[in-house]
Design a protein around this ligand. Structure first.
Ligand code: HEM
Length: 257
């Protein structure tokens, strides 16, 4: 005999139940975010070590306390180590953002009017981040921008690492020194992003805490867990409108919808 009591859940409900209530920053996203932050520190510190050995600008040397690796060769090894983490984690983050629709929901659309309004608020020191679930236009641009710069820095890095194997790609950029310059400018953009990003995270500490704990439940997380109980619950609204006289066929278990 079949068991009619065991009903199959709708796929989206089953999925959400398996993952638990939806959080502002779901666990996979938080893990990838912090792995990325660690990888970036390794990449930048070791990159500065490699740069110091053959500088692009005579006036710029990074202080020894900020670099990773005692010599350029060690710096290079650290750089490759960080590179694998950054690239594999980055692919996972991009795949997750696209597959779950997070990028579409959180980073789009970006409206020109919204950009002007946000920049205006920022200039008048009126920028707030009261609703953590919504990124303002400037945040959307910064996040999308750093994702694109992250992709470009990997591509130029590959051209610097394997100039022969990636010669076709390298020829798109021009010479080796131009690729080095673009790689350096991408690094500078990421460093500038981190300065602004970390400052904002500290100015709005609840956003920082949410990136660690996951933040509040969103998208009806708890409601989804309680959903079957709500469906089965009696509807007391109908009670006062019942006729006063008892009818022989009335039944308390009549909960049809
Ligand atoms: C230790 C340094 C870092 C801290 C303290 C930090 C903190 C945060 C916080 C608090 C948020 C949530 C923002 C919000 O709710 O408004 C966030 C999101 C984000 N961070 Fe960071 N972050 C750091 C490093 C980085 C780095 C190095 C990158 C990339 C280069 C990065 C890229 C992002 C992106 C793309 C998001 C949006 C994620 C999404 O919603 O999909 N972060 N970060």
């Amino acid at each position: 005999m079949s068991a009619p009591a065991v009903k199959s859940l709708k796929p989206e409900i089953a999925l959400k139940r398996a993952w638990g209530p939806a959080r502002l920053h779901p666990l996979p996203l938080r893990i990838m975010h912090w792995i990325n932050a660690a990888a970036i520190v390794i990449m930048i510190g070791s990159g500065w070590r490699i740069y110091n050995d053959d500088v692009l600008f005579g006036w710029l040397q990074f202080p020894d306390v900020l670099v990773i690796g005692k010599w350029a060769q060690y710096g290079l090894q650290w750089h490759f180590f960080g590179m694998w983490i950054f690239v594999l984690n980055g692919i996972a983050y991009l795949g997750y953002g696209i597959a779950t629709g997070r990028f579409r929901r959180k980073l789009f659309p970006i409206r020109l009017r919204e950009i002007f309004a946000t920049v205006g608020d920022a200039l008048r020191f009126r920028l707030t981040h009261e609703d953590l679930a919504v990124y303002n236009a400037v945040q959307k641009i910064l996040y999308l921008g750093v994702i694109l710069v992250g992709i470009l820095i990997v591509i130029t890095g590959l051209c610097l690492w394997k100039p022969v194997q990636f010669s076709e790609l390298a020829s798109l950029f021009g010479g080796f020194q131009i690729i080095r310059l673009i790689h350096f400018l991408c690094m500078s953009a990421i460093v500038a992003f981190i300065v602004v990003h970390v400052t904002l995270a500290l100015v709005v500490p609840q956003s920082f805490v949410a990136m660690i704990t996951g933040g509040p439940n969103v998208n009806g997380g708890p409601a989804l867990v309680a959903e079957p109980a709500r469906v089965a619950a009696p509807t007391p609204v109908a009670e006062p409108t019942r006729p006063a006289a008892p009818t022989p066929d009335s039944s308390p278990s009549d909960s049809s919808q």
